[in-house]
Ligand binder design. Structure first.
Ligand SMILES: [Zn+2]
Length: 320
């Protein structure tokens, strides 16, 4: 290599070294969160039990004096179209999406899936760098905030007509504390990815009590039991890269681990994706309300690692 090329390569290394460190730190932190080493501390802000004001019609009598609701008599959309047609319109505007659910800054956040290819959704939506080919995000709240009548007619559809996709177990564990009970029950479709290093333990626990993962496993499934109108549920258990040593204990304790699933009722499809082989007999697995699919451990390929690490640099260079 010529001295000029050596100089150019050295300069590039110095310039990009902080970015490489940042990319590496972000990747390791995400891995740690997925493996349960980092947890949400403090807990999210729970929904207040006593609502300061109602949002949906009809308003309770005691709040009528304080809250003002206009009859919208000038609005043809609300007065000339029948309710059934309006429901179709609201569904077209607010439904049919995959909403990624996350807890950030102690609050429940949702962002519509913007991946042009559903197969690459998780790789593209759950990363922080800009995506040039991303599908434009739809604004959910704009319609709901237009007036109280629209909100009252359409809010349930936001929950019942979309798929809720979560990759952090905290999202399903805290969901009943973050949305109203009637909204929780309205949810029909959930995709959940759950990453564990070791298989969760079920009660009775030792003197130290359950580990956080144990508690989240039990609580997460009991929350899914509460969702009586589920028609699609897909749960994928993942074992992170480097934790293959735990595979035998997953296989050994499979029957016990899957015990909390037996209470879950899903009207349509319930798929459970497991990364470990089974030793259980058909009789032992009988009565489980789900279809089990076994896929083995998904390792992150070298190509994807390079993509995750260098994509922010490419985007940054593109923006210059
Ligand atoms: Zn997505």
């Amino acid at each position: 290599m010529s001295p000029l090329n050596q100089f150019a390569a050295g300069t590039l290394k110095v310039l990009f070294y902080p970015l490489l460190l940042l990319g590496d730190y972000t990747h390791k932190r995400r891995q740690s969160i997925r493996q349960g080493y980092l947890s949400l501390t403090p807990e999210p802000y729970f929904l207040s039990k006593a609502r300061t004001r109602a949002l949906t019609l009809p308003l309770p009598p005691e709040t009528r004096n304080r809250q003002k609701t206009l009859d919208q008599s000038q609005c043809d959309l609300l007065n000339k179209l029948p309710s059934e047609v309006r429901q179709i319109i609201w569904k077209e505007c607010l439904g049919g999406m995959t909403l990624h659910i996350d807890i950030r800054d102690r609050r429940l956040r949702r962002f519509p899936c913007s991946s042009p290819d559903p197969k690459l959704c998780h790789e593209s939506c759950w990363t922080w760098y800009p995506r040039p080919n991303a599908v434009p995000k739809r604004q959910l709240l704009a319609l709901l905030l237009s007036c109280r009548q629209v909100y009252s007619e359409a809010i349930d559809l936001t929950y019942s007509s979309n798929t809720f996709d979560m990759i952090f177990p905290e999202s399903i564990v805290y969901l009943p504390d973050l949305v109203l009970p009637q909204r929780l029950v309205a949810i029909r479709s959930i995709h959940l990815q759950w990453t564990f290093t070791q298989p969760p333990q079920l009660p009775p626990y030792g003197k130290k009590g359950p580990r956080r993962d144990d508690w989240m496993w039990t609580k997460g499934w009991s929350n899914l039991v509460q969702m009586k109108r589920l028609s699609e549920l897909r749960v994928e258990i993942r074992i992170p890269e480097g934790s293959e040593w735990a595979l035998p204990s997953w296989t050994e304790s499979e029957i016990a681990i899957l015990q909390p699933l037996r209470e879950v009722k899903v009207a349509g499809s319930f798929e459970l994706i497991l990364p470990f082989p089974s030793l259980a007999t058909d009789v032992e697995l009988e009565g489980l309300p789900c279809q089990i699919r076994r896929i083995g451990i998904k390792l992150i390929s070298l190509e994807k690692k390079i993509y995750f690490l260098y994509m922010p640099i490419l985007c940054w260079l593109k923006a210059l």
